[in-house]
Design a protein around this ligand. Structure first.
Ligand code: AMP
Ligand code: FE
Ligand code: FE
Ligand code: ZN
Length: 273
C-alpha cells in the first residue's frame, strides 16, 4: 500500500479538481492521499468524498509559506481539525494577504505599461488562495506572454518587475497553530529548499516530520533526509507536489510513500489532541 501526501487542486494553484486528482490517484493504485493546497483547506471536503467513493483513505492537509531565520520555507500541516477556529482565522488572514499581494503585483504590471485588472486575475483564480500562477495566467490570456513559464521569467520571479514580497508567519507560529488544531507539522521538500542548517531550529520549535520522498529529490537526497529524520526523531513523509497539468506532465502518484509512514503520521497526530 502506498500514499501521495503532497497534492494541489484548483482550490489553490493546481489545475485539477479534487475529483480529477482522486481519479488519477486511484488509477495509479494509491491507497491514501493528502490534499495540501497553499493557504486553504477549501478542497478537502470534496476530496474526502471523492476518496470515499474510490475506497482511498483521505488525510486533510495544507501547505504554509513561513519564515525562519530570514529565509522562506514551506511547511505541510496534516491531520488537523478542519474546523479549528485558530486554523480558520489564520487561513483567512493569509488569504487576505494573497489578495493584497495580487493587487500589488497588478499595480506593478500596470507601471510596466501592461493594462491588467485585479478583477480578472481573481476571476481566473476563482479560489481563496490567488497567487502568482493566476497573475501569470492573466498575462498569457491578455497576450502579454506566450506561456506561464515566460510570465514567471519576465515578470513574476523574485527580482523581476512584478514580484512583490509576501507576508509570512514565523515557522514557530505555524507549527504551534498546526498543533493547536490537532495536526502534525512537516518541512516540505527540504532538498529543494536547501536550508539544512535550519532543521535543528525547526525541531526546537516543534517540527514533527520531514518530506524525505519528493519528486525532485535525488536518491542521495532522499537517503540524506531519511537519516536526518532518524537522527532528530522526525516522521517521514512523501508526496509528488502535483499541480495538475500546468507544469508539464501530471505528477500524482509519481512518489509512492510506503503506507507504514502514513500509519506513524496518524498515530503521532492522534496523540496531539
Ligand atoms: P505564490 O505562492 O503566489 O508566490 O506562487 C508560487 C507558486 O507559483 C508555486 O507554488 C508554483 O505553483 C508556481 N510557480 C513557481 N514558479 C513557476 C514557474 N516557473 N512556472 C509555473 N509555475 C510556477
Ligand atoms: Fe504551488
Ligand atoms: Fe512547496
Ligand atoms: Zn506544494
Amino acid at each position: 500500500m502506498f500514499a501521495d501526501l503532497h497534492l494541489h487542486t484548483h482550490f489553490s494553484d493546481g489545475t485539477f479538481s479534487p475529483e480529477e486528482v482522486t481519479e488519477r490517484a486511484a488509477k495509479a493504485g494509491l491507497s491514501a492521499l493528502a490534499l495540501t493546497d497553499h493557504d486553504t483547506v477549501d478542497g478537502c471536503q470534496r476530496m474526502e468524498a471523492a476518496c470515499l467513493e474510490k475506497g482511498i483513505e483521505f488525510i486533510p492537509g495544507c501547505e504554509f509559506t513561513v519564515e525562519q531565520g530570514g529565509n522562506e520555507l514551506h511547511l505541510l500541516g496534516y491531520c488537523f481539525n478542519l474546523k479549528n477556529v485558530h486554523l480558520q482565522a489564520t487561513l483567512r488572514k493569509y488569504q487576505e494577504v494573497r489578495r493584497n499581494r495580487v493587487h500589488e503585483m497588478v499595480v506593478r504590471l500596470n507601471g510596466q505599461g501592461i493594462p491588467l485588472k485585479v478583477e480578472r486575475v481573481l476571476e481566473l483564480a476563482d479560489c481563496e488562495a490567488p497567487g502568482r500562477p493566476h497573475v501569470g495566467r492573466a498575462l498569457v490570456e491578455g497576450g502579454h506572454c506566450y506561456t506561464l513559464d515566460e510570465a514567471f521569467r519576465r515578470y513574476l520571479k523574485k527580482g523581476r518587475p512584478a514580484w512583490a514580497p509576501k507576508a509570512k508567519m514565523s515557522a514557530a507560529e505555524a507549527i504551534n497553530m498546526i498543533h493547536v488544531a490537532g495536526g502534525v507539522a512537516v518541512m516540505a521538500h527540504p532538498g529543494i529548499t536547501r536550508m539544512n542548517e535550519v532543521i535543528p531550529d525547526l525541531v526546537a520549535v516543534g517540527l514533527d516530520g520531514l518530506e524525505c520522498f519528493y519528486t525532485r529529490h535525488s536518491t542521495s537526497m532522499t537517503e540524506h533526509y531519511l537519516m536526518c529524520a532518524e537522527r532528530h526523531g522526525l516522521l517521514v513523509t512523501g508526496g509528488s507536489d502535483c499541480h495538475g497539468d500546468n507544469k508539464g506532465e501530471p505528477l500524482v502518484g509519481r512518489v509512492k510513500l510506503p503506507y507504514e509512514f502514513v500509519k506513524k503520521l496518524k498515530s503521532v497526530a492522534a496523540a496531539m489532541v
